[in-house]
Ligand binder design. Sequence first.
Ligand code: NAP
Ligand code: GLV
Length: 334
Amino acid sequence: MTGRPRVLVTRPLPAGTTDPLVAPDGPGPPCEIVQRTDDEPFEQAGLVAALGEGFDGVVCLLTERVDAAVLAAGKGRLRVVANVAVGFDNIDVDAATAAGVVVCNTPGILDETTADLAFLLVLAAARRTSEAEAALRAGRWTGFHIDEFLGRDVHGATLGLVGYGRIGRAVARRAQGFAMEVIHHTRTPTGEPGWVGDLHELLGRSDIVSLHVPLTPATRYLIGPAELATMKPTAVLVNTARGPIVDEEALAEALETGGIAAAGLDVFEAEPVVHPRLLAAPGAVLLPHIGSASVATRTAMARLASSSARAVLAGEIPRNALNPEAASSSLSRD
Ligand code: NAP
Ligand code: GLV
């Protein structure tokens, strides 16, 4: 490659977080940044057209769908896509590998922040705090009543974690402080106390279920009518993973009919659209995908994506490369 690598940044990022792309001390030559100023998802047609103008790298958000058509528009010049997110279901990694494009994500640096929010949803859903605050703000609070807004105790409850990777484990650490019994389900036995190989068994034993699996073909609708029917009628479901892991129609039905007691959701099937039945469902606490949304964490994520893109363009393979094997075909173009 000759000249400065061109990097497309698909949406505005926190101040200073693209600095690693242009730092004079490397690695490799400073990049030319083309910064899109529109803070809306970059639709496929726009991304295809932009990549047709010739880019070596893309720094994008989870709102951008980087599929085979987008990668094809990179026309053999594109070498890296760095996602400002740990989840990478918005990127066709197999197509990227075939195209010699290295894909990077942001693992590890958002675990504690996301686990904080998952635990917030556990507490809020179990203790009905959104409902109680809404009543107060609407002037419907007439004073202390012995039987008003009664929720379920979180301390001492059984917490079932579906997915026990970085974030699931961070949630488990918080649960220890609440004297909870923690059990977990993964495909591969963890060899640790509390592993439950059968998802339905975990769902049936848990007072609170929190989802921490990636969105893959195997986890799409992992929680559907049969799984919800397995849960206790007093149970709480928390989803900070990805919306399509839960069948929202079935969840709304379960909340409406008392199949489960409450749900805390940070993610939705068709963001930013929220299923109208969930908006109206009793016991639903709904947040707009803010799991990693602290100033420090979002800043660290964007910086990591920028520095990862720069590293790949300089011929390095960062630890957070999801398909390092793509680098060999990418480098052979130089
Ligand atoms: P991770 O470290 O890769 O952990 C994933 C866990 O899921 C592993 O324990 C894995 O174990 C398990 N798993 C994968 N497929 C499974 C399946 N089919 N059935 C059961 N378990 C399965 O991931 P992480 O960093 O904790 O992140 C998890 C997800 O959280 C991300 O992918 C992202 O979508 C989401 N997230 C959301 C926010 C937010 O803002 N709301 C923030 C950060 C992350 P096995 O492979 O052994 O099954
Ligand atoms: C956020 O949802 C992420 O995957 O980082």
